[in-house]
Design a protein around this ligand. Sequence first.
Ligand code: UD1
Length: 429
Amino acid sequence: MERIRIVGGSALNGTIPISGAKNAALPLMIASILTPEPLVLENVPRLRDVNLLGRILGNHGVDMAIAGKRAGQSETTGQVMTLTARDIVDTTAPYDLVSQMRASFWVLGPLLARCGKAKVSLPGGCAIGTRPVDLHLMGLRALGASIDIENGYALAEAPRGLKGATISFPKVSVGATHNVLMAAVLARGTTVLENAAREPEIGDVAACLNKMGANITGIGTETLVIEGVDALHGARHAVLPDRIETGTYAMAVAMTGGDVQLEGARAGLLESALDVLRGSGVTITENNSGIRVARNGAGLQPVDVTTAPFPAFPTDLQAQLMALMCRAEGTSHITETIFENRFMHVQELARLGADISLNGEMATIRGVKRLTGAPVMATDLRASVSLVIAGLVAEGETTISRIYHLDRGFEQLEQKLGNCGATIERLAS
Ligand code: UD1
């Protein structure tokens, strides 16, 4: 099994290109189900989750083609992917595929909208919490679908099509918003989604759906209004930059010190996280082509942060911030309100010398003078990259195993950090 080896102690200096957002690319790929015409997506990151979703969509009958390399492109230039769902030949998404990636459950809404039926495996639990799908089912039922749960599958039917409705989500859910939004675009009449998630990736998908002929207003707010249309057509859309990758590398630079340009990053997508970093003593400036992050000499100040839906501090940067605060000059508090079990990195960070205690959903992080390298294990996608951040300053060698988690969401991580001076490599076993 592959591992990543890091020798800590080098500052990061240079340029890191920011990839297209995984969490937008996945639902955008799924949106291709809604039209028989080609959907062309630019800036798609090369990630395990993208490949896996390609297989899942292929099983439904979606053709996927990736354009070859063009002059002037580097290995970090995003891919151009054409998805064509001319005929949906199979409306079943089986357990062995859905269980590998929760977002594949989001095919349920589009399949229902296009074909009037779908059989999609329930995704099951995952390392960071129970993650139910009740809000997805509630929203789709409100649009007129009948959904039974049988043998681990959601069996959904809407033989006479879906019908617009006003749906008020009792809790903000990114996935439920995507799923119900993609169903509502082809429903008869008007759908209003209240307390919808406002994550930028939702806005990106809504913008793409509008290019495909949908009629969605309220994008970027907590109320989305969708006037259903009879059919969608093909379109071309570029995936927005990955705000979680941006924040992760910003924290890596904050940790090691140095000066790095995050090329292609957009500050407006992660203001809350950038504000936290500024409060901690990191210099962040926006320029024409991205964001520049620098910390030279000054110590890191501790922070008090609570994760919450956008525009607040994202849960997907919680582990990375915790790693950073291990080296702050004082005590930080981080409260996780989105996922109940998203603290598995704490035990691994402790192996590197971190001083963290947990009390329910709050972690107390007492900054230490030094971290020291050790073998550690990745437990989920964001937790694994927090170990990379810690490893970059830990004295000596840190090896991270189970890095398939990293490959789900971070494109060319070793190359991007290595090009800026980090000593980092992938070991075959
Ligand atoms: C998405 C992101 C993930 C991010 C998360 C929160 C993708 C591919 N994944 O995951 O990276 O960490 O948003 O920003 O975009 N919930 C329910 N019932 C439901 C659905 C969700 O109770 O039917 C709960 C969840 O257990 C969780 C909270 O709502 O406590 C938020 O989950 P949700 O926003 O749905 O996360 P995902 O869409 O799975």
